[in-house]
Design a protein around this ligand. Structure first.
Ligand code: PLP
Length: 455
């Protein structure tokens, strides 16, 4: 089976974020099955899923409850449109999402992936201000953090800022305002928490003060800027941004696509600080990693601004073919159900402590600059020189090389430049977590201390 699949992959496919010239020269790893924290390839080899299949898997692969929810829904219907029709799983899921979401979020608008959930939030914000303050037609732009990642569609790229992903498409993007993120390890002022706190917030406040009349919203990834390299914000940062958004009458849009569904130890990262955003984008963990599904949650205040007679044209003119997909919603309902039944958040808090303990020896390695962790999201920043914090040149692909050695050891990883991101399924057992960190530690030693041959 493997040989012909590998040939067809090379002949017909174009993989995301992948240099295909390189891909075509390598034997593709083809995942055939999964079970719990493990992925199994077409040759029968087992690998620990160190990225939760890029941050989507929650309760492990082939969880019986999720499998059952999906097959049960298939016995009813796979899909019907959400334009002008509704369906039971989508209705029930909306109610459950509002139950677990930060208090004050009251409405669920479905879409299919994190990028579209962000696009929806941006469009809602702009239209909201047009209808709330018809004279304030100038409230149309966004403020975001540098190094932010909000997805790959054009609007999401506009409010993002990872140079490597975005530079090429500059001509397509709308203008935005940007401020430096709280990236304490690379703080230009070399301040440490809590002295740094105001220094980090000040530029954001100045911009809000000067430009709030044109700003529809501030968008950020609460607590952890994930794709940027698991940059963890200092405590209170989010609270302060919320206060400033309220003070300057600008919407706060929380992109919880990566942090949502327990990854940080609470259902949503905003809940660590008791913050309610005005709009919240969710996706990745929503179906436990089973189906593509997303939602944008809004306050009743925002929803109300869209009500009116048909010919007032306040309708939110946005939708997708698969909006409210019953299969996705059914499995998302089961995903939330497992959180309650298996006390997933309690398990995550225990595993968070274990992970911190397991990573301690790694933190003192000669080329580990910093380890950042929030719940079960961890980033290990590798540096060429620890004293000067000099990064490895990107072309050295140090992260990629570490990931390759991990793979040989039976752990699948995907680096973020020089940062190794460990994001295990929330259901990972203490033994599995211990094994993941052991493989990873060994790989970092091998690659950075030179005993592994360069890729
Ligand atoms: C992954 C991600 C997105 C984009 O989600 P897709 O489903 O890949 O479109 C948006 N925001 C954040 C914070 C993400 O991590």
């Amino acid at each position: 089976m493997h040989r012909s699949l590998a040939a067809w992959d090379h002949a017909y496919l174009w993989h995301p974020f992948t240099q295909m010239q390189e891909w075509e020269q390598e034997e593709p790893l083809i995942i055939h099955k999964g079970k719990g924290s493990y992925l199994i390839d077409t040759e029968g080899r087992k690998y620990l899923d160190g990225t939760s299949s890029i941050w989507v898997n929650i309760h492990g692969h082939r969880h019986p409850r999720l499998d059952r929810a999906l097959t049960a829904q298939l016995g009813q219907i796979a899909h019907s449109t959400f334009l002008g029709l509704s369906n039971p799983p989508a209705i029930r899921l909306a109610r459950e999402l509002i139950r677990v979401a930060p208090k004050g979020l009251q409405r669920v608008f479905y879409s299919d992936n994190g990028s579209t959930a962000v696009e929806v939030a941006l469009k809602m914000a702009v239209q909201y201000w047009q209808q709330r303050q018809p004279t304030a037609g100038t409230k149309h732009s966004f403020l975001h953090l540098k190094l932010a990642y909000h997805g790959d569609t054009i609007g999401a790229v506009s409010v993002g800022n990872i140079e490597l992903f975005h530079a090429r498409f500059k001509t397509l993007l709308f203008p935005t305002l940007e401020v430096d993120p709280p990236y304490c390890y690379r703080c230009p002022l070399r301040l440490t928490y809590p002295a740094c706190h105001m220094a980090c917030i000040d530029p954001l406040e100045s911009l809000l003060k000067a430009r709030h009349r044109e700003l529809a919203g501030v968008i950020l990834e609460p607590l952890v800027q994930a794709a940027a390299g698991m940059l963890t914000a200092p405590p209170g940062y989010l609270t302060r941004v919320r206060e400033l958004c309220t003070k300057y009458n600008v919407l706060l849009i929380a992109d919880e696509v990566a942090t949502g569904f327990g990854r940080t130890g609470k259902m949503f990262a905003c809940q660590h600080e008791g913050v309610t955003p005005d709009l919240m984008a969710i996706s990745k963990g929503m179906t436990g990693g089973y189906m593509p599904l997303a939602a944008t949650l809004a306050t009743e205040e925002i929803y109300h601004a869209f009500l009116g007679r048909y010919d007032e044209w306040k309708t939110f003119f946005h939708g997708h073919s698969y909006t409210g997909n019953p299969l996705g919603c059914a499995v998302a309902l089961a995903n939330l159900d497992i959180f309650r039944r298996e006390k997933t958040l309690t398990h995550v808090r225990k595993q968070t402590k274990l992970l911190a303990r397991l990573l301690r020896p790694t933190a003192s390695l000669g080329h580990v600059g910093e380890i950042r962790q929030c719940g079960l999201m961890a980033g290990i920043e590798l540096v060429q020189d620890r004293t000067t914090r000099t990064p490895y040149p990107l072309q050295m692909r140090i992260g990629h090389r570490v990931a390759q050695v991990c793979r040989q050891g039976g752990l699948l990883m995907r680096p973020l430049g020089n940062v190794i991101a460990l994001v295990p399924p929330l259901s990972t057992s203490p033994q599995e977590l211990t094994k993941m960190v052991a493989i990873l530690h060994r790989a970092i030693v091998d690659v950075t201390e030179g005993s592994a041959s360069p890729a």
